[in-house]
Write a protein that binds this ligand. Structure first.
Ligand code: SAH
Length: 369
């Protein structure tokens, strides 16, 4: 991995590596690069062929294709975690309803506007408003906030990530000025979904939300956790098929990380290796996709976000939330940047991207069709 970070290996080393790669995995990578799709069985095989050689080869191909479309630019989104109140009880999530150890908060509109102001000054041109599913935010309340931001920052994109709502609600928020919507599908397999969520939540409903968002005209972000409990290679293969079919404009993937106060407290984290491998595969399936190198990836490895970009990601999402509340929006244990502020997060990310030869840009960072 150090080699990969520094990209220092010689042509001879690259050739030797190819020789060590088993022919079947090599063939699957070749097919994926050419056709941007494999069958479910082939994805399972490719996942089974994960190793240093295949990971390096996939990452090289993913970087090349990403640079053809997005160059060395890395898009940056400022995430504002504006409420940790949630009516859902997802078994993996630290702010689930039943976790009574969390101190709940809601930022005021003024606090949110202040986050945007600091963000705009430090070069953000996309604001991501994320929260639990908080009933306080009716269409009117959230719509007012969206249009306030939209009117004041006309050069910025507004992304919402506030969970499942009705079609009318999505339409209302779109009309108020929201451009994009992040709603990870979490898993493309219904039975697996049902092992991660209580019975009152429905996989079909979530998938339907994604279709409605698309129909309304949002740029849509799907995605899943890597290594979530009970996940099988077949489940991941389903996720990859879904990405290839639905072609979300964005795809957020990061490792599952347990949270001490959830039913999944004793489950192991997803791995760095598998997350990077999947980032590269997704880049090859869907070359134009906006692919974030996530905070969760930076949490399981100190250079996780750099490695994610080197595996084909092209987006980072530093935190714009104000100091104290960062600790209260803890989806998983040991989330990074708890003690930093927005300006520090931006310059830290600037430095990190430059250290690997990439560059953060002051830009809305739209999907390139
Ligand atoms: N309420 C919104 C936002 C959810 S939080 C919604 O429903 O979309 C954003 C994402 O964090 C989730 O979609 C989930 O994939 C991820 N997440 C939650 N808990 C996590 C954990 N323990 N480890 C890793 N990622 C987690």
């Amino acid at each position: 991995m150090a080699d990969m970070i520094e990209q220092k290996y010689t042509a001879q080393e690259a050739e030797d590596r190819l020789k060590r790669l088993d022919p079947r995995t090599l063939a699957l990578i070749g097919k994926l690069e050419e056709e941007h799709a494999l069958t479910k069985g082939e994805y399972v095989e490719l996942l089974g062929g994960m190793g240093d050689e295949s990971a390096i080869l996939l990452a090289e191909k993913a970087r090349r294709i990403r640079e053809e479309i997005y160059g060395k630019e890395v898009f940056v989104r400022g995430i504002i975690e504006f409420s940790n109140v949630c009516k859902n009880d997802c078994y993996y999530c630290g702010i689930r309803k039943d976790n009574d150890k969390v101190e709940r908060y809601r930022l005021t509109d003024e606090q949110i506007m202040e986050c945007c102001e600091i963000g705009h000054e430090s070069g953000y041109r996309t604001f991501v408003l994320q929260s639990g599913e908080d009933g306080h935010y009716t269409d009117e309340v959230l719509g007012d906030l969206v249009s306030r931001i939209h009117d004041k920052y006309i050069d910025c994109a507004i992304t919402l990530s506030v969970g499942e709502r009705s079609r009318e609600s999505y339409q209302y928020l779109y009309d108020a000025g929201a451009d994009r919507y992040l709603l990870r599908h979490e898993t493309a397999d219904e039975a697996h979904y049902n092992r991660l969520h209580p019975a009152e939540m429905s996989w079909r409903h979530r998938m339907n939300c994604l279709s409605e968002l698309r129909e309304i005209g949002y740029d849509v972000g799907a995605g899943m956790m890597v290594g979530s409990p009970y996940q099988t290679p077949e489940d991941l293969a389903e996720d990859l098929l879904f990405v290839g079919e639905f072609k979300p404009e964005m795809c957020g993937i990061g490792p599952f990380i347990p949270h001490r106060d959830t039913p999944f407290r004793d489950k192991p984290s997803g791995t760095l290796e598998q997350t990077l491998y999947l980032l590269s595969i997704i880049r090859l399936i869907h070359p134009h996709v906006l692919l974030p190198s996530t905070t969760a990836l930076g949490t399981i490895d100190p250079l996780g976000r750099e490695k994610g970009v080197l595996a084909g990601a092209n987006v980072v999402m530093p935190n714009l939330s104000p100091g104290q509340t960062r600790r209260q929006y803890e989806l998983y244990d040991n989330k990074i940047c708890m003690d930093d502020d927005a300006v520090q997060c931006r310059s830290c990310m600037d430095f990190r991207m430059r250290s690997i030869g990439y560059e953060l840009v002051v830009d809305r960072g739209d999907y390139r069709r």
